[in-house]
Design a protein around this ligand. Structure first.
Ligand SMILES: Cc1cc2nc3c(=O)[nH]c(=O)nc-3n(C[C@H](O)[C@H](O)[C@H](O)COP(=O)(O)OP(=O)(O)OC[C@H]3O[C@@H](n4cnc5c(N)ncnc54)[C@H](O)[C@@H]3O)c2cc1C
Ligand code: SF4
Length: 333
């Protein structure tokens, strides 16, 4: 049993004061707890102080009806956001990324802010009997020569090849979402694409957030791309499983040619991964099975397959191509 102090904050100001008090490194915000409590029980994460933010009502709401942007309070529940009728009609990729994540029970507890900050599911990270640089910097990486079927083909380093496991952030990356964060030093906005770090030599640091920074909201600029979008998740079983490969795709087709395209990959990279070269290959071209397959191949052209996940070199491009065709079809309705 780890001893820790428990503080219940009822406002953002109270949460920030508590985080600024004492060792910020050892304070953690507690939202739904479905990542944090799990990892504390396993001895993978530690905290001297848990700051429970679940009573901060100002962070619980979300709105999808503004003309300029969608706004999700960090404490909005995954299940509530996934059930939003406007979102379902206008941004199916966002809804699908939430609906296909975890289980109904988890989605009822888990928050969208916490979801972005979930930690890798690398088995060696979660099992303290193995060396893991992310858990214990300098210890080594058991996955490099171990079971690495679920590990990264993009963005890895010699210190860590763990994939970012979340689904929502992959869909958000496709739509150029923004994350608003605050601390006692002030507020700042971080592009979702820049929130997660590449592991490099410091895989223990997952994101650019400071330990005392609180995510207050996620914003998605309104875009007609939303309607013609999809989130495809290939996994070992049809529900309650992390992505083997996921793809968020969105397209804007006008006069028979692609004016804008978004492709973000999950399950294969150390952070939500935009396939920019593949996106550009579609511009001013008709979207056909051929151009979609070419984009799929381009999306995986720079992949670095590992011993156990080379099969994704054929599954990945197919997933991208199929996602693009589904997105296109939706745009035609
Ligand atoms: C069995 C299982 C299966 C799962 N399957 C999937 C899946 O298929 N797809 C998927 O995407 N996810 C999956 N998840 C992950 C789940 O979605 C996340 O655990 C959940 O979204 C985290 O949200 P939370 O509110 O519970 O966060 P918490 O556990 O409370 O927090 C997570 C981390 O974020 C920090 N934090 C929380 N809120 C804030 C904030 N506002 N500002 C700053 N820091 C904050 C916490 O300190 C902690 O470090 C699964 C989880 C489990 C247990
Ligand atoms: S891949 Fe990363 S998380 Fe997994 S064992 Fe290696 S260092 Fe740890």
């Amino acid at each position: 049993m780890q001893n820790f102090a428990y503080v219940r904050a009822t406002s953002v100001a109270e949460a920030l004061r508590a985080a600024a008090n004492g060792s910020a490194e050892r304070s953690r915000f507690l939202a739904g707890g479905t990542t944090l409590v799990d990892l504390m029980k396993l001895g993978v994460m530690q905290a001297q102080q848990l700051i429970d933010i679940t009573s901060v009502s100002e962070l619980q709401t979300f709105t999808t009806t503004r003309k300029t942007e969608l706004v999700f309070g960090a404490l909005a529940k995954m299940s509530d956001v996934a059930a939003d009728p406007t979102l379902l009609r206008q941004y199916p990729a966002l809804v699908e990324s939430l609906q296909k994540a975890a289980s109904e029970q988890l989605r009822n507890m888990a928050t969208v802010g916490g979801n972005l900050l979930q930690r890798t599911r690398c088995e060696y990270f979660r099992d303290t009997s193995y060396p893991c640089n992310k858990r214990s910097p300098g210890a080594g990486c058991a996955a490099l020569e171990g079971l690495n079927r679920g590990h990264a083909m993009f963005g890895g380093s010699s210190a860590c090849i763990a994939t970012y496991p979340g689904d929502f952030a992959v869909a958000l990356a496709a739509f150029d979402a923004l994350v608003d964060a605050v601390s006692t030093r002030g507020a700042r906005t971080i592009a979702l694409r820049d929130l997660h770090r590449l592991p490099g030599d410091t895989p223990q640091i997952d994101t650019v957030l400071e330990p005392d920074e609180l995510i207050v909201r996620i914003r998605v600029p309104a875009t007609p791309l939303g309607h013609a979008s999809t989130f495809q998740k290939i996994r070992d079983r049809e529900s309650y499983a992390f992505a083997t490969i996921s793809c968020a795709a969105a397209v804007l087709v006008e006069n028979g040619v692609v004016r804008d395209a978004r492709i973000a990959l999950g399950g294969v990279a150390t952070k939500p991964w935009r396939a920019l070269v593949a996106e550009r290959s579609l511009l001013d071209e008709p979207l056909t099975r051929e151009t979609a397959e070419r984009a799929g191949r381009l999306a995986f052209a720079d992949a670095q397959p590992l011993k156990a996940n080379a099969f994704k070199m054929s599954l990945g491009p197919k997933t991208v191509a199929t996602s693009l065709m589904i997105a296109k079809e939706r745009g035609e309705k």
